[in-house]
Design a binder for this molecule. Structure first.
Ligand code: 0WD
Length: 256
């Protein structure tokens, strides 16, 4: 029996078979969880439905985290299928592409700042707010995805570094707030992985090369490795862990 047997997990952020959320969904399914998936727009609907078929998810619902209406509707619709659930996976980030390259000060705009923080950090708060009732009192767990650029200035990551710093603070405040209800909140800080979101970051290839050369394990991590860690964090095996940022980066954060 898997370590997530009997748990229900809502997974956001699957956009392709390279998505970190897909690695997480596969690990959670393997460990016995029942899944529901979301898609952000009509363009991705069919694709996410295929992924749902592949991981046995019976519930597939729209959710664009840029509006409260869409988030409210997600939980109304989810409530028709599930009267409770245990796990929320937040694997969502966005910033306009021109904000993710070159001179940070030259390229940053008020609007770029707002969008990056809204979609990449506030969306976690908003989803946690919407999920609160359905998750309360179940030893539930929320997990999100961060990156080392939250703590260190890195070339091209720019505005997303600020948004990830906000996301990590968000994890701690949510953990503090939801702890009394038995819900734990953690982040996985993943090493670079070539996904659709990563394609928006200028010179991403250099980041991959640097990790491969200098990380203690001399390799880049896979979505499977990130998925396994996220599944663990959301399981009862991690019942003593909350407010934590867990590095799954082949050890890169300890060097340099
Ligand atoms: O190197 C990497 N790939 C790393 C990614 C290293 C460390 C962390 N991360 C983080 C990302 O910042 C993000 O928070 O992992 C998370 C997942 O990203 P990913 O798996 O790398 O990228 P991707 O497969 O593109 O999934 C991100 C998805 C979107 O994909 P697209 O490609 O359509 O932008 O976030 C979702 C969407 O599915 N998304 C939204 N979902 C709902 N509403 C929205 C939105 N408004 N915007 C984006």
């Amino acid at each position: 029996m898997g370590f997530l047997a009997g748990k229900r997990a809502l997974v956001t952020g699957i956009a392709s078979d390279r998505s970190i959320a897909w690695g997480i969904a596969q690990a959670m399914q393997r460990e016995g969880a029942e899944l529901a998936l979301t898609y952000p727009n009509e363009r991705l609907k069919e694709r996410v439905e295929k992924f749902a078929g592949a991981c046995g998810a019976q519930v597939v619902l729209p959710c664009d985290v840029s509006t409260d209406e869409s988030i409210d509707e997600l939980f109304v619709q989810l409530g028709k299928h599930w009267d409770y659930f245990d796990i929320l996976v937040h694997s969502i980030a966005y910033a306009p592409k021109e904000q993710l390259e070159g001179d940070f000060l030259e390229n940053i705009t008020r609007d770029g700042f707002r969008i990056a923080h809204d979609i990449s950090s506030y969306s976690l708060t908003a989803l946690a707010k919407g999920a609160r009732q359905l998750m309360s009192g179940r030893n539930g767990a929320i997990v999100t995805l961060s990156y080392l650029g939250a703590e260190r200035a890195m070339p091209n990551y720019n505005i997303m570094g600020l948004a990830k710093a906000s996301l990590e603070a968000n994890v701690k405040y949510l953990a503090y707030t939801l702890g009394e209800e038995g819900t734990r909140v953690n982040a996985v800080s993943a090493g670079p992985i070539r996904t659709l979101a990563a394609a928006g970051i200028s010179d991403f290839r250099r980041m991959l090369e640097k990790v491969e050369q200098s990380a203690p394990l001399r390799k880049n991590v896979s979505t499977e490795e990130v998925g396994n860690a996220a599944a663990f964090l959301c399981s009862d095996l991690a019942s003593g862990i909350t407010g934590e940022i867990l590095y799954v980066d082949a050890g890169y954060n300890i060097v340099g």
